[in-house]
Design a protein around this ligand. Sequence first.
Ligand code: CP
Ligand code: NVA
Length: 305
Amino acid sequence: MKKDLISIQSLSRRELIDIFNLTAKIKNTPSKFAYTLKRKVLALIFQKPSCRTRVSFEVGMYQLGGSSLYLGPDQIKLGQRESIGDIARTLSRYVDGIVLRTFAHKNILQMAEYASIPVINALTDLLHPCQALADIYTIKEKFVNLKRVTLAFIGDGNNVCHSLLYACSKMGMNIRIATPERYSPRESIVRQARAFARDSGSKVYLFNEPKRAIEAADVVYTDVWTSMGQEGETRARRNYFKGFQINKKLLSLAKGKCLVMHCLPAHRGEEITDDVIDSSDSIVFDQAENRLHVQKAILIQLLRR
Ligand code: CP
Ligand code: NVA
């Protein structure tokens, strides 16, 4: 049976630990994995722009001895020129795995349903699992014991927030989320995360004041207020998110030193100030680097036969 990576929701804590253990081996001794995916080919279908995700998957595949094909928005015109199901079945005859960045989450579910090869979620409007896996790995590198860590997510209850909810609650990390009321994370995801948190011994808190989220935090995380595809709402969102900016004043409300995270790209001066993202407490480029190592582990687990 082929395996996909669509959501962290369906990964067990054991599977997450296996991914992190393999990531550490790959990061420490990359040359040992130089031929692990020899002759394997990965198709990267992107309907939205990308720097980190595209480059880290392409470089990762190359470093594992395989290769990749980038299929951008104007190339296959997924769902327009032909159906997702027909693309899935066609690509399954040529390549060994599909990475998809798309809008509606149902698109990736459909791709996975029709493809006979592994499908990896490279971001949908709902979830960004590869990001959250790299983020948790990065936090683990800094703190070792995740069970003692509290992460505050301040901003939009978006795709990154949803995947962090799953990842933190499965790994036993506390997560405190502050969003404007109308931009809260999806209720069903919060409910599932609370159930995972009960099992792992952690807590999920939702607030509408950034101060409440940050006061108990070891790590503060933010993401853009306007995600890809929401550009028409930029002005309205700037208004609703006033007061949610990660700046020195907000950071001073944390109980002590707090690491700063952002998945990038950042809208500097909007959700985060230059002095914070460029400070010595910021680990945003460690997160970006770890996308490469974590995704190599995911590729090995899904594509190696
Ligand atoms: N964080 C992230 O996914 O970046 P890109 O949009 O540049 O891929
Ligand atoms: N929430 C952002 C994440 C980008 C990596 C977006 O979807 O645009």
